[in-house]
Design a protein around this ligand. Structure first.
Ligand code: 6OG
Length: 178
């Protein structure tokens, strides 16, 4: 297992993943078709205005897989199939809010990506992902996921600014993307 620690002087080591209780649990779903990734311009909610993947918060009693599929259907009118759980990220914000996000990846879906009140769908080439318009953490772990790695990250954010993080590669996945 490899560990990358960004800033030891403002460590997030006080976030113990075993005892940490997030305010919300949520999902993200990355759909790849050939050399393109289906992302969204998020219109509302946490991260509105940013480019992200479809996804959202878990409903009471729902599994993370059901949440991932439901949120993608609601936001884009697309149903992802055979989703693979590729990683998880623990986000702690300095104002006390926290969110645990599960990341899914697939190359299979049905439906036509459609704009909704929540999101505008945009296909991006894998080599032109607009990291500068995304949450600051994405450029750290998304390349790992696209390269076949599973991961677990913890991040400390002050508003939109990433203060510190820790990112571990936890394994590999075998999603065939070409
Ligand atoms: P709704 O407001 O849509 O749920 N999310 C993050 N995604 C990334 N890539 N980085 C972050 O860094 C994020 N914080 C939250 C998870 C919130 C959605 O926003 C995602 C959910 O899909 C801080 O219900």
């Amino acid at each position: 297992m490899s560990t990358i620690t960004a800033n030891p002087s403002k460590s997030i080591d006080n976030i113990n993943p075993d005892t940490w209780k997030p305010t919300n649990i949520a999902t993200l779903v990355f759909i790849q078709q050939n050399d393109e990734l289906l992302l969204i311009r998020k219109k509302r909610g946490l991260g509105a205005g940013k480019i992200n993947a479809p996804g959202g918060k878990l409903d009471y009693g729902e599994t993370i897989e059901k949440c991932a599929i439901r949120e993608t259907q609601e936001e884009l009118h697309v149903t992802p199939h055979n989703i693979i759980h590729c990683g998880e990220n623990l986000f702690q914000f300095t104002d006390g809010y926290s969110i645990h996000v599960h990341n899914f990846y697939t190359n299979s879906f049905t439906g036509q990506p459609t704009e909704t009140v929540e999101a505008t769908p945009i296909w991006y080439k894998i080599d032109s992902i607009p990291y500068e318009q995304m949450w600051e953490d994405d450029k750290l772990w998304l390349p790992l996921m696209l390269a076949g790695k599973k991961f677990r990250g913890s991040y400390l954010f002050d508003g939109d600014s990433l203060i510190d993080y820790k990112l571990d590669i936890t394994g590999s996945h075998n999603l065939v993307t070409t």
